[in-house]
Design a protein around this ligand. Structure first.
Ligand code: PHE
Length: 353
């Protein structure tokens, strides 16, 4: 019996030496070391031996069992450490490899232009303000010296909101220009005023140079002793800062109901340098005779000051209103053939800026 036990123990240690995975080791444990193992079955036979033999064989059996157990434990430790090593190898992170940059978005072209415009005017003391983009007829037209039946209103191609009229302020409209902010700003009753109102505007128009929703920036300055030269200085400051140091503006006589005198503001063309001609004498295809039309401006009409409860004998000022998209499209380096592409959310276009 002792011999048998020794043979069995040797066979088991040999088998253990050949075990390669933790799974194999686990089934070895169940089959060869468990209660139903051959070794255990043999041990049960000890009872049938003489007390002498039982003692010596029993001691030998214990020793053998301990030896096998030790071999088993050693194997287990070995397999566990190599599998942990394999895992560590597979999941190793090389911290010296250069990273992969996640794609990063940026502000929309229009938002970028709005920030730039705001900063340019802030440097000369204008504060950005916000006024409603859905407003009463009174602020959009009537208070701006445009009575209800006046034909000049047609130019603003207005969207009317299907809402109850206000007994004093009339119909509700989607603001067709930022000039509604003029009298609203005057109502704050803080003088002097130096505001820049940038907001969404809406008009019933859509083609390569018009979108029904667009943005304007409206400058308004109210103070004592203000003249056209101040207006011209502010506009030239903007032109130089936004378009470049060699750009200038010119004022052309025009007509708005809410300014007197009124002007259209042009900026010298950045392509032909204001000459209207390219090198070699060809006509510049971007501008009309060296100038690009930017927007409207003028000296605030006394009736508008009165609507804002400001005394026109003491106070005066100027206002101007330009389209953000249009101004942006005229900046050299940004070429937009069809302005509608700005709001089509096409990444191929937007990513470029
Ligand atoms: N509101 C005018 C427009 O939309 C522009 C303008 C603003 C003109 C202020 C004069 C003064 O065309």
């Amino acid at each position: 019996m002792r011999e048998k036990l020794e043979q069995l123990a040797k066979a088991m240690t040999d088998e253990l030496a050949g075990v390669k995975t933790l799974a194999e080791l686990q089934s070895f444990e169940v089959e060869k070391l468990g209660r139903k193992s051959e070794f255990n079955a043999l041990l049960k036979g000890l009872g049938g031996l003489s007390p002498e033999d039982r003692k010596t064989v029993g001691m030998a059996a214990n020793r053998l069992k301990q030896e096998v157990q030790a071999a088993f434990d050693a194997k287990k430790a070995e397999l566990e450490s190599t599998s942990a090593g394999a895992l560590a190898d597979a999941e190793r992170i090389d911290v010296t490899v250069p990273g992969i940059r996640p794609p990063q978005g940026h502000l929309h072209l229009t938002s970028q232009a709005i920030s730039e415009i705001t900063a340019i005017f802030r440097r000369i003391g204008f504060s950005r303000v916000r006024h409603p983009e859905v407003d009463w007829d009174w602020y959009a037209f009537e208070s701006l010296n445009m009575p209800g039946d006046h034909p000049a209103r047609d130019e603003w191609e207005t969207f009317f909101v299907d809402a109850p009229n206000d007994p004093k302020k009339g119909k509700m409209v989607l603001t067709p220009h930022t000039s509604n902010g003029q009298v609203r700003e005057m109502e704050k009753r803080k003088l002097p005023i130096r505001m820049i109102n940038i907001a969404k505007c809406y008009r019933r128009q859509i083609d390569v140079s018009h979108v029904p929703m667009f943005h304007q920036f409206e400058g308004l300055l109210i103070d004592r002793h203000v003249s056209v030269t101040h207006l011209k200085g502010v506009l030239d400051h903007f032109a130089r800062e936004f378009f470049g140091p060699d750009r200038v503006t010119r004022l052309r006589p025009f007509h708005f109901r809410f300014t007197e005198p009124s002007f259209e503001v042009d900026i010298s063309c950045g392509i032909c340098g204001g000459t209207g001609k390219l090198e070699g004498g060809a006509k510049c295809r971007l501008c009309k005779e060296g100038w690009l039309e930017l927007g409207g401006a003028g000296m605030v009409h006394p009736n508008v000051l009165k609507a804002g409860k400001i005394d026109p004998e003491e106070w005066g000022g100027f206002a101007f209103g330009w389209g953000v998209e249009r101004t942006m499209a005229m900046k050299s380096g940004v070429r937009i053939d069809d302005i509608r592409v700005l709001y089509k959310s096409d990444f191929r276009f937007l990513k470029q800026f």
